[in-house]
Write a protein that binds this ligand. Sequence first.
Ligand code: CA
Length: 265
Amino acid sequence: MRNLNIKPLLFALGLFLLGACDGRRDFPPLTETGVTIDQDIILLISGETLDVTARFVPDIFPAREYTWEVDDPSVADVITNDDQSVSLTATGSGETLLRITSQDSDALTASVRLQVISSAPIDVTNQATLSVYRENNGGPAAGEGSPKLVDGDTSTKYLAPYLNPFFLTLEFETPRVINIYRFTSANDAASRDPRDWQISGSNDGENWEVLDERTNEFFNERFMTREFYFDNNTAYTYYKLDITSNNGSSLFQMAEWGIFEFPED
Ligand SMILES: [Ca+2]
């Protein structure tokens, strides 16, 4: 090996690279062949604004021009931006579709449901009674007992041993149509946060309809409130939260769980 003459090898490599350069072609400019919107439903309160960005396939800065529109123009104003995103301003109330379409190909289109409500959602948490499958080891009256989950104070928390199944239920005296819930992470130990969960509704406490399902959700800060909107037109007496996975701890904790109705239009 010590006497190996590498000069012929280098010469051959040089010839190969020259050949590769000769074979270079100029590719036509890349244009999108697909467009998607990575959201199921957008919720806005009348008067709010939001920028929505589509995702293009391949994932490039869009070469085509696009038009954004809403089916019901009384619900929101749309302005298409130079980068082909859209600036939405919610004006009325109701549900419609927001759509993006390429100006040179109707086949390149995507849409998302847009719900606009006339004013802020109404917190009805304190009209319901909470029950939990796993109580704090010190009982409900303990410093971190379950009532702390719905006391309206983000500085207090419910803490309990975590193992499956793990669920909590809010029961109303009369059925309510719930569309929004909020979770607030507690003061420490992100490993105790909820990560995967389901929200279900029932009118007899036995037969449940799954209304919303989330996986791999994270709370990046302590005392962080996150809001989740789900599609529901049915009034239920019971709303159940199943924590199907927490963030790895043998304990579960959360500072607040709030549930909300849409305002009457
Ligand atoms: Ca609390």
